[in-house]
Design a protein around this ligand. Structure first.
Ligand SMILES: *Cc1c(COP(=O)(O)O)cnc(C)c1O
Length: 499
């Protein structure tokens, strides 16, 4: 997205290597050209430019699927011209989305009667799914408050400080106060005890994460459910839970079937999952499922009929492609429980290979858990000369995209590197990555520290404090200050790769 940026002189036109065979004039960069060009030239120009994009398979920053079977690619291409919203024209596509909703609802143990169908919808991703789920909670809470004759203008939502940015978006766009449970050293997910303490009569729901974006850890939804049940009993409120299972929703049911995090817990009213993460579909699909019809206020559903028969819809956008819905259906029936289980087990095994390889170097602390999302989050044991941002930068030279980022409050002094293990990240690649990380460390060991300037600034601050009679700082405090100062240096180039 470009919000605003001034173009420099050299930015105004684009040139292409081979397109000169077809056209000799260069194309304006930010204006629609006056004349047409041959289709071969357009193809060549764009193809040449895209060559400089990274290789999606080496993008270890992302949870999003980068490989599907050719048979599914074929189905995707065949439906690329179908607008999903024309449900009356494409009743079969609509039927496939409904089958997906029901399959996922059953996977999440929705309490459905024999002839009952699930309540849910396909979305562009978990972000849209979360906006919809959040709106349903907000509206339900408002309706209840109105009926009780109580004020309904200060809704809040309780989450961990580790939430994905889409929850902050929901809060800001839909005017709900975000109450974040702070993290602490060595504990990087929402503490259910603290979350329940923060709940008040204006809380529309508590959002728990199954698979924290930062370190893959599953939050303890069962404990949250039990504590909240108790609080509801004591206060007479009926605060409930949304589970953000963006990545964990297609992992836990296959790898930890006994783990209770879903509709088996009575207070869980809605769950979102990203079809394009461990649902194994290319970017552009997510799902939100409600426990029952009562959990989705009727007034949020729109009925449209100008494309044919009456169609209920609950989405933020109108038109969108059908391909991703069809691709999701393909994966669900192609893989079945067995296929998903095999793939998830393999991902987890490769995560262990990577983790053990990193441990063997003796240079890293592992901050991810073995039983969450298959990812490895790690930080350097020794920051005195070099930091994780440098490791990330140097790895790019080998083609690897491994993001480095700082944890949210109150653990922001901790920086981690994160590698997401997807289906297409093989054991060979895991071993290769460890090898390249070792090379990077070796290279950095030979270099003077980039941190010297930051350390100097800290030293000046220290000296002043000593002069002013401040107490002597612990090693940890000094480390935090160095990190803070250093963060200011890197802020400019830091584009957060956490997604
Ligand atoms: C990825 C992610 C999201 C956002 O999902 P999209 O499908 O990319 O919109 C939300 N929450 C969590 C926990 C995530 O991992």
């Amino acid at each position: 997205m470009v919000l605003s940026k001034t173009a420099s002189e050299s930015d105004v036109s684009i040139h292409s290597t081979f397109a000169s065979r077809y056209v000799r004039t260069s194309l304006p960069r930010f204006k629609i050209p006056e004349n047409s060009i041959p289709k071969e030239a357009a193809y060549q120009i764009i193809n040449d430019e895209l060559m400089l994009d990274g290789n999606p398979r080496l993008n270890l920053a992302s949870f999003v699927t980068t490989w599907m079977e050719p048979e599914c690619d074929k189905l995707i291409m065949a439906s690329i011209n179908k607008n999903y919203v024309d449900m009356d024209e494409y009743p079969v596509t609509t039927e496939l989305q409904n089958r997906c909703v029901n399959m996922i609802a059953h996977l999440f143990n929705a309490p459905l009667g024999d002839s009952e169908t699930a309540v849910g919808v396909g979305t562009v991703g978990s972000s849209e799914a979360i906006m919809l789920a959040g709106l349903a909670f907000k509206r339900k809470w408002q309706n209840k408050r109105k009926a009780e004759g109580k004020p309904y203008d200060k809704p809040n939502i309780v989450t961990g400080a580790n939430v994905q940015v889409c929850w902050e978006k929901f809060a800001r766009y839909f005017e709900v106060e975000l109450k974040e449970v702070k993290l602490r050293d060595g504990y990087y997910v929402m503490d259910p005890v603290k979350a329940v303490e923060m709940v008040d009569e204006n809380t529309i729901c508590v959002a728990a994460i199954l698979g924290s974006t930062l370190n893959g850890e599953f939050e303890d939804v069962k404990l949250l459910n039990d504590l909240l049940l108790k609080k509801n009993e004591e206060t007479g409120w009926d605060t409930s839970i949304h589970v953000d299972a963006a990545s964990g929703g297609f992992i836990a049911p296959f790898l930890n079937p006994e783990l209770e995090w879903d509709f088996r817990l009575p207070l869980v009213k809605s769950i979102n999952v990203s079809g394009h993460k461990y649902g194994l579909v290319y970017a552009g699909i997510g799902w939100v499922i409600w426990r029952s019809k009562e959990d989705l206020p009727e007034e949020l559903i729109f009925h449209i009929n100008y494309l044919g028969a009456d169609q209920p819809t609950f989405t933020l956008n109108f038109s969108k492609g059908s391909s991703q819905v069809i691709a999701q259906y393909y994966q669900l029936i192609r893989l079945g429980h067995e296929g998903y289980r095999n793939i998830m087990e393999n991902c987890r095994e490769n995560a262990v290979v990577l983790k053990e390889g990193l441990e063997k170097t003796g240079r890293f602390n592992i901050v991810s858990k073995d039983d969450g999302v298959p990812l490895v989050a790690f930080s350097l044991k020794d920051h005195s000369l070099h930091d994780e941002f440098e490791v990330s930068d140097y790895l790019r030279r080998f083609g690897w995209i491994v993001p480095a980022y700082t944890m949210p409050p109150d653990a922001q002094h901790v920086t981690v590197l994160r590698v997401v293990i997807r289906e297409d990240f093989s054991r060979t690649l895991a071993e290769r990555l460890v090898f390249d990380i070792e090379k990077v460390l070796h290279e950095l060991d030979q270099l003077p520290s980039k941190l010297t300037t930051a350390a100097k600034v800290t030293a000046v601050v220290d000296e002043k404090k000593v002069r002013n009679g401040a107490v002597k700082k612990t090693a940890l405090e000094t480390q935090r200050e160095i990190t803070d100062v250093w963060m200011k240096f890197v802020q400019a180039r830091k584009t957060n790769g956490v997604c």
